[in-house]
Design a protein around this ligand. Structure first.
Ligand code: EPU
Length: 336
């Protein structure tokens, strides 16, 4: 395994920010990681683990060691009539894994099709879309402690999953490198059509016979119609989380904006995209960055933006949402 000095991260982050990592290494297995951690020259340096780089905004050069996780492998390790337990290398591309699952006629993650990023990054922010979250299928993960090189297993309850959150974004942040994720998928047909947009689309298409493959195709169509392809336009998906508000706040907002959309499960969430669009940011363009014209929650790098320029735009949006609605938006993307 090579340790590279001064590596450009341009092709390692979906926002396409051209920042430099002081030291950079690609790990393909556990041995690579253990070798790195025992290397006297670098074991004291700060470390940043990079998967698909699709949920970060890099605002400065990285002074320590960037470890790019490329641990591969998808394996069925246990199965019965109803379900299968799959072990997936953390460096697998998430959507390749979803594709594999639908090709094997499994159910459980088809609604999470086309989410960019790696399998190892999926539990960190408990990825979610169209009524499904990673925690719904997650069993456990294996990770290596960056301080003492020990391998540790984290069961679901250890991960403290919530909306786009886990212990790996909080108390365990930057302390572990995830090596394997274990996911349980159904072999019997179980489709989740709770998300209104998905249900409507299926109704519109008049589809009766649905399987996980078909759902995957529909999700891909919906996503492609409103989200920019990171291969063509630099972005990191939803930049902000949808804010959670209480009943009183909702009533107040409804007095002024009776049409305000909201989702009510255990908590009340309102779409950040609606708030941002209401303030006319949708389609806003600066010289290098802006807000995507088809979805107000997506910040884009359309012309060699620096991370700082995008961070400034995000601050301005947050400020205007706070001024108008008295709501503080929280970033979903990790700002480095
Ligand atoms: N909306 C607007 N303006 C827009 C876009 C949306 O007002 O420009 C409003 C509409 O009322 C729409 C509602 O927002 O009905 C919801 O929009 P959408 O279905 O696109 O979902 P979202 O809440 O913006 C969330 C996730 C997405 C996920 C979709 C589908 C967050 C922060 N984002 O977005 O996840 O794909 O639901 O489940 O929860 C991501 O995490 O990067 C991501 C893309």
């Amino acid at each position: 395994m090579k340790i590279i000095n001064s590596q450009s991260l341009l092709n390692y982050n979906s926002f396409k920010i051209d920042a430099i990592a002081n030291l950079f290494a690609i790990v393909k297995n556990k041995k690579d990681i253990l070798d790195l951690l025992s290397n006297q020259k670098i074991n004291k340096k700060p470390k940043l683990i990079l998967g698909g780089g699709s949920n970060i905004l890099i605002t400065k050069n990285i002074s320590g060691l960037v470890i790019h996780n490329k641990i591969k492998g998808i394996k069925i390790i246990q199965e019965d009539k109803e379900s299968a337990m799959i072990q997936v290398g953390a460096g697998e591309n998430w959507d390749d894994f979803v594709k594999w699952s639908t090709q094997h006629k499994f159910y459980g993650i088809e609604n999470l099709s086309l989410i960019p990023g790696s399998v190892g990054a999926a539990p960190i922010q408990n990825i979610g879309a169209y009524g499904v979250e990673l925690k719904d299928v997650f069993i456990k993960l294996e990770a290596i402690n960056l301080t003492n090189s020990e391998t540790q297993i984290f069961n679901k309850s250890d991960c403290l999953f919530s909306y786009r959150e886990s212990a790996f974004k909080k108390q365990l942040k930057n302390k572990f490198i995830i090596t394997k994720v274990f996911i349980k998928l159904k072999k019997t047909k179980k489709i989740n059509l709770n998300y209104h947009i998905l249900k409507e689309k299926i109704k519109q298409l008049g589809l009766k016979k649905l399987d996980s493959q078909k759902i995957r195709e529909i999700i891909i169509e919906i996503r492609n119609s409103k989200l920019p392809n990171p291969k063509k336009i630099g972005n990191a998906g939803s930049f902000f989380k949808n804010p959670i508000i209480n009943q009183e706040q909702l009533i107040e907002l409804q007095k002024k904006y009776p049409e305000i959309p909201f989702f009510k499960k255990e908590k009340i969430k309102i779409p950040a995209a609606w708030l941002i669009e209401k303030l006319n940011w949708k389609g806003y363009q600066e010289e290098s960055c802006g807000v995507y014209e088809k979805h107000a929650l997506i910040l884009i790098n359309h012309n060699k933006a620096t991370g700082q320029e995008i961070a400034n735009l995000s601050k301005n949006i947050k400020h205007s949402v706070y001024e108008k609605f008295n709501i503080t938006l929280e970033e979903e993307v990790c700002i480095l």
